[in-house]
Design a protein around this ligand. Structure first.
Ligand code: C2E
Ligand code: MG
Ligand code: MG
Ligand code: MG
Length: 274
């Protein structure tokens, strides 16, 4: 009896693993053609100064609308792309598109941030692509911010700090994305040339129900400021969350409360100019 149910379970897992593998193969095949088919695009989400309502930074987020699979989240396709050279092509596409779009309204009056996943960050090839666009003046390094997660820095600290120093020399800012979900401490990050901490959405979500989350957010803001870093809170959806974050002195706030990620053509010019 036990054997039978065990076998049934294996069959169930096999089917799931098979479905998962099929999807990964479809993603990989689809991604190869995504750029040529015009299926890639960028959306932008503002990071707002809660005291003035001004947009300081627009974060560029990649979108892939696949003919076969429909919309696929970057959280799903970036890791697949990272397993092959596809990530190099995607990154080139991202940098070229940001360079083109960042000089049009309303983006041109704010800074732009782009996300680099850990493996991308460590491969350096993106840096020469950025450098080329800086050299031909298509990108202004003073307006550019690179977002990387803690794990990208912690997993290879020496390489990461060398890379960060090069980035800083170009005049590009650096943000630690999803801060609080990794295993690093602020003391550890202190040794790196970082400009922003982005507090992960998971800490912001329950601010009004969870006293521990409030304490974490308060403490991160105080410590970050003491270390000369600016703080961005992710994922603020309600007025209560925004009020709390503003009162705690959070420098920038991002989230559906202000705006969802939107294509360039749909960006709110009023929000940008208010
Ligand atoms: P992230 O960089 O932490 O971006 C924030 C994510 O939270 C975005 O999801 C955004 O749409 C979502 N978000 C923002 N505000 C709110 C809110 O108020 N409520 C809720 N529920 N969600 C909110 P998205 O666009 O699906 O991106 C997911 C992740 O994929 C990003 O997390 C980033 O790590 C990665 N990603 C996106 N674009 C790129 C890219 O061009 N390159 C790389 N390497 N990674 C990217
Ligand atoms: Mg980000
Ligand atoms: Mg984030
Ligand atoms: Mg996040």
């Amino acid at each position: 009896h036990a054997k039978e149910s065990g076998r049934g379970r294996y069959a169930f897992f096999d089917a799931r693993i098979e479905a998962r593998n099929r999807r990964l193969v479809s993603i990989k095949q689809g991604l190869r053609q995504a750029e040529a088919r015009g299926e890639l695009s960028l959306v932008y989400q503002p990071e707002v100064d809660p005291l003035t309502g001004e947009v300081r930074i627009y974060e560029a987020l990649m979108r892939w609308n696949s003919a076969e699979l429909g919309p696929v989240s970057p959280a799903e396709f970036i890791p697949v792309a990272e397993e092959s050279d596809l990530i190099v092509d995607l990154t080139r596409w991202l940098i070229e598109r940001v360079a083109t779009e960042s000089c049009t309204e309303p983006l041109r009056s704010s800074n732009i941030s782009i996300n680099l996943s850990p493996r991308q960050f460590r491969s350096e090839s993106w840096l020469s692509m950025v450098r080329d666009r800086i050299d031909d003046r298509k990108l202004d390094p003073a307006r550019l911010c690179i977002e990387v997660t803690e794990s990208a820095l912690v997993e290879n600290f020496d390489l990461a700090s060398e890379q960060l120093r090069e980035i800083k020399q170009l005049g590009i800012e650096v943000a630690i994305d999803d801060f609080g979900t990794g295993y690093s401490s602020l003391a550890y990050l202190k040794r790196l040339p970082i400009d922003y901490l982005k507090i992960d959405r998971s800490f912001v979500a329950d601010i009004h129900q969870d006293a521990d989350d409030r304490t974490i957010v308060e403490t991160v803001i105080v410590m970050a400021h003491a270390m000369g870093l600016k703080v961005v809170a992710e994922g603020a959806e309600t007025e209560q969350q925004v009020d709390f974050l503003r009162e705690q002195g959070c420098d920038l706030i991002q989230g559906y409360y202000y705006a969802r990620p939107l294509p360039l053509s749909a960006l709110d010019r009023d929000l940008a100019n208010s």
